[in-house]
Design a protein around this ligand. Sequence first.
Ligand code: URA
Length: 248
Amino acid sequence: MAAQRIDKLLAAIGCCSRREAAVFAKKGAVAVDGVICRDVSRKVDPETCCLTFQGRRIGYQEHVYLMMHKPLGVLSATEDRDQKTVLDLLPRQYRSRGVFPVGRLDKETSGLLLLTDDGALGHALTSPRHHVPKVYHAVADGILGQSDMDAFAAGLELRDGTKCRPAKLDIRQVENEKSDVLVTVQEGKYHQIRRMLAARNAPVLTLERLCEGPVRLDPALQPGQWRELTEQELESLRAADGAGKGCE
Ligand code: URA
């Protein structure tokens, strides 16, 4: 990449603002190839030199792509006056570079949430014109069967008359009048899964998202934990952003 001013780089990466960069540099927090640099107007290429901020090596990334295991009780929003949001679970470096959740999960839904500062990919993944499949695991209060699977496949009508695109209902287990199911949808209407199951007289008891397009929730992530997407996950997401591809 082309060399850029140090203050611009530090701000783009989310370490601090450009103004703060000058203050930090004066205090000796910035080094280039091991030598303290107090001049933040100096241009460097972090791919070919070793730029450090507070002792930490800085590598420039144009965008960041994260997966989070969203916990229950947290809002899928960038900020809220009163309640905790998923952005509150990330370190400042991500928040200050404008990372946002790709789509929403209800406060009482857990599971896979993608976050990025790449507006184009975020838009492609949530656009109603692209049919990126999402897989949810739900426990519903009621006995679901073949007629419900058929109704999902035909395209359900919700209680308020809204029509859904064809969806897939897999029934994993029915026990004690509760159904353990997987639902795959290719759209993202408000409270969609809750409303779909309510339309079949089986209200949701618990709801968790497992997959978005080809990306699957990493089982190693505990609720509240997150990690960057691997190159492979990112490539598969880019390839799937309008192609209706789901997890294998
Ligand atoms: N459908 C819902 O009802 N809630 C979610 O959070 C996601 C899909």
